[in-house]
Ligand binder design. Structure first.
Ligand code: HEM
Ligand SMILES: *[C@@H]1O[C@H](CO)[C@@H](O)[C@H](O)[C@H]1NC(C)=O
Ligand SMILES: *[C@@H]1O[C@H](CO)[C@@H](O)[C@H](O)[C@H]1NC(C)=O
Ligand SMILES: *[C@@H]1O[C@H](CO)[C@@H](O)[C@H](O)[C@H]1NC(C)=O
Ligand SMILES: *[C@@H]1O[C@H](CO)[C@@H](O)[C@H](O)[C@H]1NC(C)=O
Ligand SMILES: *[C@@H]1O[C@H](CO)[C@@H](O)[C@H](O)[C@H]1NC(C)=O
Length: 342
């Protein structure tokens, strides 16, 4: 893996599409600027390596941190765009996204983001936004876990609000394919993005609540049937039932990908092929292969080609990072502390 700024892995055609995508988003705001790879080259040329070193240090005592950091970027971007809103603590009159059900007791890595911010403020005060830190950290986390690299587009400003309500609409583990597709479409992401980005569940941990408790109970009372989810492989169900007994501790952690728990590879898809997706939302990607709007062929493609998965994942991360970035200086700022507006 490259030790400094990573090369672009997108093909010419997808790069052109990315440019068009950025251009389309920018029509919404006259002051908005497209994100660019070289945004900090003049003002904080070492930014990428500074972030990388803090992540490597954090990883020594926390092997889960890379997974946790990419999830923060996802939960940031899906709620009023990639604006660092998830990082804000409670303010007077504004409840933090951190406390909403999808995040509370689940999203983690905030202290490492603080450490990155601290190191960057030392090197180049007031320059690198918290929203960009999440985008850079996501790329480094994937690369250091064995996944693809991509040129991270930069230049996001940090917003001044946190949307507790909005974060309650994040995609949920018990949702079906149709609902997941429409939640991704609502932020400009298509079926390939949905399937590719879900592949981030190739690493990281998941609490028993997401497989053994209502409304996500797949082990004991699926959709109120008092039966397990019939699509769940029976040996895997037996394994999970031991780890997550009925009415047991909902916070017990499991590997999202038990085959290679901390490696970024395409096993997420090979697991789904044998009905060993962990979440309903994972297995749904392969549901009803005959139905209109099925995503099963995309799962098949990524299961049979890790290269195809990596190329799509890199492009889809760029697409996700382009969700409504704040670039108009009247609408945002570079926070000096990611937990508070300046
Ligand atoms: C498609 C809709 C998605 C749903 C319903 C979903 C749901 C979840 C849930 C329920 C967890 C476990 C949380 C916990 O038990 O504390 C989780 C973990 C995780 N998710 Fe997703 N997710 C989705 C998409 C994504 C995307 C797009 C990414 C990143 C690109 C992502 C990255 C992760 C990672 C890396 C973890 C493990 C985090 C850790 O170990 O700290 N997920 N997700
Ligand atoms: C955050 O604010 C909300 C109301 O605005 C309140 O219900 C909640 O307890 C606060 N959380 C913390 C940790 O202070
Ligand atoms: C968030 O989780 C904490 C700890 O479990 C809990 O005390 C708090 O009430 C939760 N906040 C909300 C808004 O549910
Ligand atoms: C959040 O939603 C609740 C219920 O839908 C509503 O009462 C409240 O005003 C909303 N808050 C904000 C800040 O939009
Ligand atoms: C998916 O879930 C939504 C919301 O619960 C529901 O209205 C819809 O009928 C479901 N679609 C399918 C195909 O099951
Ligand atoms: C199963 O789920 C349904 C719907 O949530 C609920 O009404 C029922 O009480 C549950 N059964 C048991 C045994 O918990």
């Amino acid at each position: 893996m490259a030790s400094s700024h990573s090369p672009r892995s997108a093909s010419g055609a997808t790069a052109v599409m990315a440019v068009l995508f950025v251009a389309a988003l920018c029509l919404h705001g006259a002051m908005a600027q497209p994100l660019r790879e070289d945004y900090y080259d003049g003002t904080c040329p070492d930014a990428y390596n500074i972030v990388k070193q803090v992540l490597i240090d954090a990883h020594e005592s926390d092997e889960r941190i890379y997974a946790s950091l990419i999830r923060l970027h996802f939960h940031d971007c899906f709620v009023q765009g990639c604006d660092g809103s998830i990082l804000l603590d409670n303010m007077t009159g504004m409840q933090s996204e951190k406390e909403s059900p999808p995040n509370n007791g689940s999203a983690r890595g905030y202290e490492v983001v603080d450490a990155v911010k601290c190191a960057l403020e030392d090197a180049c005060p007031g320059v690198v936004s918290c929203a960009d830190i999440l985008a850079i950290a996501a790329e480094i986390s994937v690369e250091l876990s064995g996944g693809p690299s991509w040129g991270v587009l930069l230049g996001r400003l940090d917003g001044r609000t946190s949307d507790f309500n909005g974060s309650q609409d994040l995609p949920a583990p018990f949702e079906n394919l149709t609902t997941l597709q429409s939640k991704f479409q609502a932020v400009g992401l298509n079926d390939v993005d949905l399937v590719a980005l879900s592949g981030a569940h190739t690493f990281g941990r998941v609490q028993c609540a997401n497989v053994a408790d209502q409304p996500a109970d797949r082990l004991y009372n699926f959709s109120g049937t008092n039966m397990p989810d019939p699509t769940l492989d029976s040996a895997y169900r037996a394994f999970l039932s031991q780890r997550c007994p009925r009415n047991g501790d909902s916070s017990v952690l499991n590997d999202l990908d038990p085959t290679t728990p901390d490696t970024f590879d395409n096993h997420y898809y090979t697991n789904i092929e044998v009905n060993r997706g962990f979440l309903t939302s994972d297995q749904e990607l392969k549901s009803a292969p005959e139905a209109q709007g099925t995503t099963a062929p995309i799962v098949d493609q990524f299961a049979s080609s890790q290269d195809a998965f990596f190329a799509s994942f890199a492009q889809s991360m760029i697409n996700m990072g382009n969700i409504r970035p704040v670039t108009d200086p009247s609408q945002g700022e570079v926070r000096t502390n990611c937990r508070r507006i300046n």
